[in-house]
Design a protein around this ligand. Structure first.
Ligand SMILES: Cc1cc2nc3c(=O)[nH]c(=O)nc-3n(C[C@H](O)[C@H](O)[C@H](O)COP(=O)(O)O)c2cc1C
Length: 154
């Protein structure tokens, strides 16, 4: 079984492409060694990350991430088990989006609703997985070059 976790957090300071890129590069190295895959999103004043892999490895990584001074309010939104991975081809993708872009990308409608109101949102675990799958497809079609590069880095 694949264990997965989704959390949100608040970045400390401005997230620039360099900041996100640094985190992504660190992540690719560690995650590929640990067979962890997923995606890190930055939408303005929020991080949103999906991690999947062997339960012990994912929990260990989450503990490391939780203690990282680059963000606060690290809150688990959903965790569970799945038969298969969503992200099969690389260890960690990342994407920086504005709220406006999020509204315009139809594949990300559920994600937008979720980020607007994570506390009252009644999305079930299964829905999160399909949301992640939509996110992956939307990202690949939106940033094909970046997705290809990440795939070859892996
Ligand atoms: C939002 C966010 C997401 C992160 N995601 C990952 C990740 O998926 N994989 C990883 O290895 N590190 C990730 N990191 C970095 C780790 O938190 C960091 O490398 C870890 O805490 C070890 O730090 P150290 O090198 O100072 O010991 C992330 C950091 C932040 C702020």
């Amino acid at each position: 079984m694949i264990y997965y976790i989704i959390y949100t957090s608040t970045p400390n300071g401005n997230v620039t492409p360099e900041v996100l890129n640094d985190i992504t590069q660190e992540s690719i190295k560690w995650n590929s060694q640990q067979n962890i895959t997923g995606m890190l999103l930055n939408v303005e004043d929020k991080y949103f990350q999906f991690l999947e892999g062997e339960e012990m490895q994912v929990r260990k990584l989450f503990d490391m991430i939780k203690g990282d001074s680059r963000h606060t309010n690290v809150t688990i939104r959903v965790q569970g088990y799945s038969n298969e991975r969503v992200f099969t081809e690389w260890s960690m993708g990342s994407w920086m989006l504005t709220n406006k872009e999020l509204i315009e990308l139809s594949g990300l409608k559920d994600l937008k609703a979720y980020l607007d109101d994570p506390v009252n949102n009644s999305l079930q675990s299964k829905k999160f997985i399909s949301m992640m799958s939509n996110l992956l497809q939307t990202w690949i079609s939106h940033e094909p070059e970046r997705a290809k590069r990440l795939k070859s880095d892996h």
